[in-house]
Design a protein around this ligand. Structure first.
Ligand code: HGY
Ligand code: MN
Ligand code: MN
Length: 425
């Protein structure tokens, strides 16, 4: 018996929640800088995280590998080899200055649930697969869901030519990482291989906490449109150009941004809009900015409303640019439709929540998730777990161990009671 096993022999085994928190902290320490958490697609940190997660998958009884785009893929066979699978998962990349739960909670919870099946030598009438998606946030190459799109077979080849802010193309980054850009198609799975895709994720909002509930049943994932706006004016000397003769791209962008905010504030259909990135050039104190790039992220509960909002917002900022004699270029960099969770899966999530003794509460997701890509090859279900203050995409993001444990027990219950769609009627 190993020293470690001797040391813990007789101690109560850690709860699922405790196992999850330990692994969240271990993975959360893998970052491009000790200053804050950032684990970006196709970086050294991506590689280090992948190796750690593959180890966890293998010690949980799964065969595990890195796929053609850098997703980590684990498979726990069913009663006999080669059965179609219930796929679980989430992403393991982060935004910049991130919390350590957004993505990893769903992935680590799924791995710990399979580990529990493995410990009990439990085999099910289907396989269970766990996929850790390599790029859901889209921090490096503007478009998001790259890992899950590769699995769904909807990865767009032209994305390989997109460059990051250092001018490195995705194609180059894949090769440097040790992957073959021409080989991404090998990550694609067939619809026939999957019985369903179920993702557990932090709510990233305040609703469950306000309701006093640890878990929730997700009804739909809000669609999103991401735009890149480029305003061009005329750079000039800060001291010599009279105000009335200026074509100041940054002052123009500021008016565009407050216009976008005002349009969202006064919308009554759930529209939310965010300008999360701005870059002014040449960027010197004593030079009137001649060019500005900024991003726009727009979300609504329905696709028709979002499409109308995009048209309306572009029209408004075009009017600002015209009045200020600025040139405006707006490109759509990412578009995801609203994805409904399948009623038959929602019902099984609700049954698992109730079976674990929690009230069943349904809520939509304002945040995007990999299910928006996985919908192309499988029905999607989601479980939300309460996070403190609803804070996310921020270092204060936090989940209590009791809630991590609640989420894990609901997911494990769902797995063990899972009935494929035709059997679920
Ligand atoms: O942007 C989102 O909603 C997700 O966190 N990627
Ligand atoms: Mn996120
Ligand atoms: Mn996420």
């Amino acid at each position: 018996m190993s020293e470690m096993m001797e040391a813990t022999a007789g101690l109560p085994t850690a709860s699922l929640g405790e196992q999850i928190v330990a692994r969240i902290n271990e993975l959360g320490a893998i970052s491009e800088t000790p200053e804050y958490l950032a684990r970006i697609f196709l970086t050294r940190e991506h590689r280090a995280a992948a190796e750690l997660i593959l180890d966890w998958m293998r010690s949980s009884g799964m065969d595990a590998h890195l796929d053609a785009i850098g997703n980590v893929c684990g498979r726990y066979e069913g009663e006999r080899p080669g059965l179609p699978c219930l796929m679980l998962g989430s992403h393991y990349d982060t935004v910049r200055d991130a919390g350590k739960w957004d993505g990893p909670l769903g992935l680590i919870t799924a791995i710990c649930c399979v580990g529990d099946l493995h410990k009990r030598r439990r085999r099910l009438p289907f396989a269970v697969e766990v996929t850790g998606f390599a790029d859901e946030e889209g921090v490096r190459f503007a478009s998001t869901l790259l890992g899950s799109r590769a699995v769904a077979g909807t990865f767009v080849e032209s994305a390989l030519n997109v460059k990051d802010r250092a001018g490195i193309s995705m194609r180059e980054a894949l090769s440097t990482f040790g992957l073959d850009p021409e080989h991404i198609g090998a990550a694609a799975r067939a619809r026939s291989e999957l019985l369903a895709y179920v993702e557990l994720h932090i709510e990233q909002g305040p609703v469950l906490e306000a309701k006093g509930l640890p878990v929730g049943v997700v009804t739909a994932i809000a669609g999103a449109t991401r735009l890149a706006a480029r305003l061009t004016g005329m750079a000039g000397h800060a001291g010599t150009v009279p105000m009335e003769l200026r074509r100041d791209a940054l002052a123009g962008a500021a008016e565009c941004i407050t216009t976008i905010e005002e349009l969202c504030r006064t919308d009554h259909g759930g529209l939310v809009g965010t300008v999360g990135y701005i870059h002014a050039m040449p960027g010197a104190t004593n030079v009137i900015p001649g060019q500005v790039h900024f991003t726009i992220d727009l979300r609504t509960p329905t696709d028709t409303h979002r499409r109308r909002a995009v048209t309306d917002i572009v029209r408004h900022i075009e009017a600002v640019a015209k009045r200020r004699k600025l040139k405006l270029q707006v490109d759509v960099t990412h578009e995801n439709r609203t994805v409904p969770c399948a009623p038959w899966l929602k019902a099984q999530v609700a049954d698992a929540v109730a079976a674990e003794g929690y009230s069943v509460f349904e809520l939509p997701s304002g945040a995007g998730h990999d299910g928006m890509a996985m919908i192309d090859i499988a029905d999607v279900g989601m479980i939300f777990v309460r996070c403190r203050g609803g804070i996310s995409h921020h270092p204060d993001e936090h989940v209590d161990v009791a809630d991590a444990d609640a989420g894990a027990r609901v997911l494990l219950r769902l797995i063990e009671n899972f009935k494929p769609r035709d059997a679920a009627r």
